[in-house]
Design a protein around this ligand. Structure first.
Ligand code: GTP
Ligand code: MG
Length: 207
């Protein structure tokens, strides 16, 4: 597995900050690539797969438990930001409010936010909650693209049909990029890194 991506040495990756309140959020400094999506969609697994690490981001057995924004420092040059998941049915009203306050604050006036990777489970497609998040990203004019997760769960034909349907969803702006991903198999890793380095640094990821 490739551990040097352009200027980034992935051996130098570590959880840097866990923010549970708006005042703790980072709004300046190194570029941030944020990961958004439903609880259980595969955000932490995707972060681990991209970084070539098994357990850096905690893969949860109990979905939606923690409402925190987790910053992973990557070689001192970039942050991966694991946003709290949404759509967890059993979440209390108070927790939903906390989720909204934290997430909304994260997007507001965040000069360091380079782009959001919006994760969508390839089997379920765009849910109502995903559509709300996509509308938010458009409202805040955040550059974003889709990552279809758990692609190993579908056969070849079903996968290409589901992928075509995903980008045709009315919630998705025409021309929005989409990478098909499997954290289980590592499929999509190279393609997604190419997008990420472009979004974070411009050009091909060179210094
Ligand atoms: P929260 O932190 O609770 O919001 O969840 P999350 O979005 O971080 O999801 P997480 O990475 O914890 O994965 C949830 C479950 O999906 C775990 O059981 C993972 O093993 C599984 N999973 C994640 N990615 C894949 C994938 O690409 N393929 C398959 N088959 N399973 C996956
Ligand atoms: Mg997670």
């Amino acid at each position: 597995m490739l551990m040097q991506i352009g200027p980034l040495n992935l051996h130098n990756a570590a959880l840097k900050l866990t923010a549970g309140a708006p005042a703790q959020l980072l709004k300046a400094g190194k570029p941030q690539i944020a990961f958004a999506g439903r609880s259980n969609v595969g955000k932490s697994s995707l972060v681990n797969c991209l970084l070539g690490r098994k357990k850096l981001a905690r893969v949860s057995g109990a979905p939606g438990k923690t409402i925190t924004v987790n910053y992973y420092d990557i070689d001192g040059k970039l942050f991966f930001v694991d946003l709290p998941g949404y759509g967890y049915a059993k979440r209390s009203f108070a927790d939903k409010k906390r989720w909204s306050a934290l997430t909304q604050s994260y997007f507001e006036e965040n000069a360091a936010l380079a782009a959001v990777l919006q994760l969508i489970d390839i089997r379920t497609g765009v849910t109502a909650d995903d559509a709300d998040m996509l509308a938010w990203l458009r409202y805040y004019k955040v550059p974003h693209m889709l990552v279809a997760t758990k692609c190993d769960k579908l056969g070849k034909t079903a996968l290409s049909e589901a992928a075509a349907q995903l980008v045709r969803s009315p919630a998705v702006a025409p021309g929005t990029g989409c990478v098909l991903f499997s954290s289980l198999r590592g499929e999509g890793r190279d393609a997604l890194w190419t997008h990420i380095t472009k979004l974070a640094f411009g050009g091909g990821g060179k210094d």
